[in-house]
Ligand binder design. Sequence first.
Ligand code: NAD
Ligand code: TYD
Length: 334
Amino acid sequence: MRLFITGGAGFIGSNFIRHILSEHRGHHIVNFDKLTYAGNLENLSDLADDSNYSFVKGDICDRSAVDDAITGADAVINFAAESHVDRSIERATEFITTNVSGTQTLLDAARAARVSRFLQISTDEVMGSCAEGEYFTEDSPLCPNSPYAASKTAAEHFVRAAHVTFGLDVVTTRASNNYGPFQFPEKLIPLMISNALEDKKLPVYGDGLNTRDWLYVEDCCRAIDLVLHKGESGTVYNIGSRAEKTNLDVVRTLLDLVGKPHSLITFVTDRLGHDRRYATDPTRIETEFGWSPRETFESGIAKTVSWYRENSSWVERARSGDYREYYERMYGNR
Ligand code: NAD
Ligand code: TYD
């Protein structure tokens, strides 16, 4: 099978490429990535000599570049996105460009190239904040609250429309919050680990009682693999690990693992429009494909802390340049 993977130099995409190349030796991968601040080829440096893998630098909004690179692909897996909520609050334009227009460009190119399957990597954030005691299923209403979530919701609508209007074979995943190796240190877990290792303050938004369902990235990649190969066309699949934690619990666990005092926790001004709780019901993927996460939060977070401890130079390089300015803007006067 020939896979055209977009955004493969980012966090989940790079883990997914490594997963596919180790689990499906007959598959060939083209990784098409613009290499924004979040894209890092170092995440895939161990695959540089793999004859089943090649990289093309390109923008999913550039139709002719996509047309050139997609030729011969059996399936498209669209990870490419602007992915950080705080950045979308600062400036939503790039989110509309890449996440919405870029997805439509890919759908058009996939149809023209007669690709057999289009897998859209969406997020549980499209359903918005979930009331205590409830769980969103794939049929729950879409109710995005951040510009990021709104752009991912719009993309999902265009993917669905391509299926209904043109009969394109599409499947969509809605994963919960991923964590693990190679996550850019602007997201909660890698940011807090890196700060703790450097004895810096840990900036917790609001009261720290917002909850997220934390999913180890390798478990997410196994689920995406199942949806790619077995998913029913036109269907959405939640991917969640039933591992709900408050942000404060996550940060305290990280400090204990790193061996630093809880006094490093600093409460800062809340995020605008901050979703209180994400919670999805993953029954469909569990019952249809027998998927369940292999990592508990405790085992996954211990592995993640070890990875960041051992890869401090990766963090340093990922944080250089643009990110330093971003960190100052976001946390300088908060
Ligand atoms: P990431 O920010 O780490 O990586 C995004 C990648 O997309 C980068 O390599 C970047 O260079 C590339 N990219 C951005 N704009 C592009 C463009 N115009 N053309 C080509 N490439 C471009 O993101 P991630 O955390 O790995 O998330 C991957 C996907 O999974 C996203 O679609 C995101 O919405 C979705 N998702 C993420 C999570 C999570 O917890 N991280 C959860 C659910 C869904
Ligand atoms: P994040 O990793 O940005 O993921 P998302 O907003 O997509 O869920 O944030 C996870 C949670 O952590 C969210 O409730 C916001 C909170 N958070 C902080 O408290 N401090 C921080 O510095 C960051 C980045 C996030």
